[in-house]
Design a protein around this ligand. Structure first.
Ligand code: ADP
Ligand code: ADP
Length: 226
């Protein structure tokens, strides 16, 4: 089976207000899928349901063939990248990236090797001792990406990762994220409201509107109102 994430009749309501109507969705193994749509269309709801951060009101979610309700969060092998980076301000770059390995009980030797590899992938070798506040937004998000990939998650979730950056940096990091996905081959779900970004990056785009999937297809297959 080449489906990595499956939504089977998944919905979400908040006090009776529907954020996500009953939805079926299959994200293929290794694919780069963007969730594209205006604010409030349900993108974050889908991402947070995959992440296990919010429980669906109905339906079932399968990750790598397993019903997530039977898999403890730690064993779900998910990596997340946030719009606001969500770095720990009192920790330096090395310790921020090492954090997910430490909570998994990795040895110091393994941590050193994996943090080194992650730093190389985001071109931040030499920045180990910096604190997040001593770095630019683009550099901080590279740290956020390194922390996400450091334990080789089987699914990467990115929530508007370039939303806080200016146009030049957005273009640059887009290229870096695309290359990273190509190199790692990891299934990646990417939330954005930027149409150009979604079309540039993705194998397929899931276009959201009003808590429903309006269209799902390759960038070539999508239709946009002129
Ligand atoms: P974005 O538009 O960037 O996806 P949101 O503003 O929708 O972000 O959501 C930011 C946070 O506020 C999320 O944790 C979300 O769950 C929460 N949130 C969004 N809308 C509401 C709401 N109407 N009532 C309570 N919390 C909300
Ligand atoms: P998007 O990510 O596309 O901006 P969201 O998934 O954050 O959309 O939100 C979908 C809908 O659900 C919006 O109407 C939002 O206000 C609502 N919503 C999101 N989180 C909450 C929450 N914690 N409480 C109440 N309503 C929420």
């Amino acid at each position: 089976d080449d489906a990595m994430i499956v939504f089977d009749g998944v919905s979400k309501s908040y006090n009776g207000a529907v954020a996500l109507h009953e939805t079926a969705l299959a994200v293929r193994r290794g694919e780069f899928l963007s969730l594209l749509g205006p604010s409030g269309s349900g993108k974050s709801t889908i991402l947070n349901i995959i992440a296990g951060a919010i429980a669906p009101s109905s339906g079932r979610i399968f990750l790598n063939g397993a019903d997530v309700s039977t898999v403890p969060p730690r064993e779900r092998q998910l990596g997340m990248v946030f719009q606001n980076y969500a770095l720990l301000p009192h920790l330096n770059v090395y310790d921020n990236i090492a954090f997910p390995l430490r909570i998994r009980g990795a040895s110091n030797a393994e941590i050193k090797q994996k943090v080194g590899d992650a730093l190389e992938r985001v071109s931040l070798v030499g920045y180990e001792k910096r604190k997040p506040r001593e770095m630019s937004g683009g550099q901080q998000q590279r740290v956020g990406i390194a922390r996400c990939i450091v334990y080789s998650p089987s699914v990467i979730l990115m929530d508007e990762p370039l939303g806080a950056l200016d146009k030049k940096l957005r273009d640059q990091l887009q290229g870096e994220i695309k290359k990273l996905h190509r190199d790692l081959g990891t299934t990646l779900v990417y939330v954005t409201h930027d149409q150009e970004e979604a079309l540039n990056l993705s194998d397929r785009v899931c276009l959201m509107n009003g808590g429903r999937i309006a269209q799902l297809g390759t960038p070539d297959e999508l239709y946009f109102e002129p």
